[in-house]
Design a protein around this ligand. Structure first.
Ligand SMILES: Cc1ncc(COP(=O)(O)O)c(C=O)c1O
Length: 377
């Protein structure tokens, strides 16, 4: 994994790189905090949605996040090793054998299964110390979580032991659909449980539920803390749930032309020679392929000289070819933009996601480790 700060690098020495705007992340976290008025847990799993976990966590904390959420304990431990000292919650599964490290490194784990929790108790007793935990409740996501009716007895059973349940949370399946009745039903199931826990004096201190979509669409689900991921990187959770204009995309993907050549009519371009020039055509090569997380599909575009140009022929592992007739002045060394702006043109992550028939989350999470991440302060 490469992570470099712009001030420390000669950008001309890279043939492709990701530019990550840390100020955008700071700004976006601050916007979420201002909007909701509650604590923010920046969700930075999967290498900070491809942006780089440590710099993303650092920027999120600078923007006002008090927590970071990750999927796996290894991600939390890596953040601790990198000096991130904010509260950390593992949102997914933690193997029991990792509980001693969770205790020692002050990492909070999620509880969603009584048997697994029993193993955690054993490891915690042997290790000594208190394991901090949040209980995850299944209200309609159909993934991980305790059934609401099992939660009160579960919480009672943990009283006085080495697991301190300081939080309770749920996750939404359809919050990116504004006005979704399904989400309202999830909220009301969760609220009913919270009421019951309150009356039995069992309610954990911190209640949370809202991902980016619920930050935007469901203020009633903000509770004590919100858990946005996509929005802090300036990406909209879905086309139906756009971000306000005060959120800024944090990532751009750039490259340089490494070859430009005019091919005569009838020349085959790339594997399978599926693209054949129909006259003299200027063809550029950019050093990016499916080995970088670019998709091996037809009909893709990038920006060169402030204009949209087509990717032609098969995308290779490390390279692909561009039809440059629209930009006759293009030459070796010129900048190519795959995601981001150049001149008056922009290719957004959402546009790329639409071409790839997927969501912006998958585009950024799939950006390969070998792409250097250059951080703009
Ligand atoms: C449990 C949980 N909370 C919060 C998030 C953040 O979601 P989003 O990136 O849509 O804000 C995720 C991400 O998938 C998640 O799994």
């Amino acid at each position: 994994m490469w992570g470099l700060y712009l001030a420390a690098v000669d950008i001309n020495s890279y043939s492709t790189w990701l530019e990550i705007d840390l100020n955008a992340i700071r700004n976006n976290v601050a916007k979420v905090k201002d909007l909701t008025g509650v604590e923010v847990m920046a969700v930075i799993k999967a290498n900070g949605y491809g942006h780089g976990a440590r710099p993303a966590a650092q920027a999120a904390v600078q923007g006002g996040a008090t927590w970071c959420g990750v999927a796996r304990i290894e991600e939390a431990l890596a953040l601790r090793r990198a000096g991130i000292s904010c509260r950390l919650l593992v949102l997914g599964y933690t193997p029991p054998s990792k509980i001693p490290e969770a205790i020692d490194q002050q990492i909070t784990v999620s509880l969603f299964d009584p048997e697994l929790t029993h193993s955690y108790l054993e490891f915690a007793r042997i290790n000594g110390g208190i394991l901090k935990a949040h209980v995850k409740v299944e209200t309609g996501m159909g993934r991980l979580g305790m059934l609401p009716e099992d939660v009160p007895d579960f919480l009672k059973s943990l009283r006085g032991g080495p697991i301190h349940v300081e939080g309770i949370f749920t996750h939404f399946a359809q919050a990116d659909e504004p006005q979704s009745d399904y989400t309202r039903r999830q909220i009301s199931i969760f609220n009913r449980l919270l009421d019951e826990l309150r009356s039995a004096d069992l309610k954990p201190q911190i209640v949370h539920a809202a991902n980016s979509a619920a930050v935007i669409n469901f203020p009633e689900a903000w509770y004590d803390l919100v858990r946005p991921g996509d929005a802090i990187f300036g990406m909209a959770p879905s086309p139906q749930t756009p971000l306000g204009s005060d959120f800024r995309p944090a990532l751009a993907w750039k490259a340089r032309l490494i070859s430009v050549r005019t091919y005569p009519k009838g020349s085959g371009i790339s594997y399978g020679s599926r693209y054949v020039t129909s006259g003299n055509e200027r063809i550029g090569v950019m050093p990016i392929g499916y080995g970088d997380g670019y998709r091996r599909i037809d009909n893709q575009q990038v920006l060169v000289g402030g204009k949209r140009v087509n990717v032609v022929g098969r995308v290779c592992m490390d390279q692909c070819m561009l039809q440059l007739d629209e930009v006759p002045e293009a030459k070796v060394g010129d900048e190519v933009v795959l995601i981001g702006s150049q001149g008056d043109e922009t290719i957004s992550v959402d546009e790329v996601a639409a071409r790839w028939s997927t969501i912006n989350y998958e585009v950024v999470c799939g950006l390969a480790d070998r792409l250097p991440r250059i951080y703009l302060e």
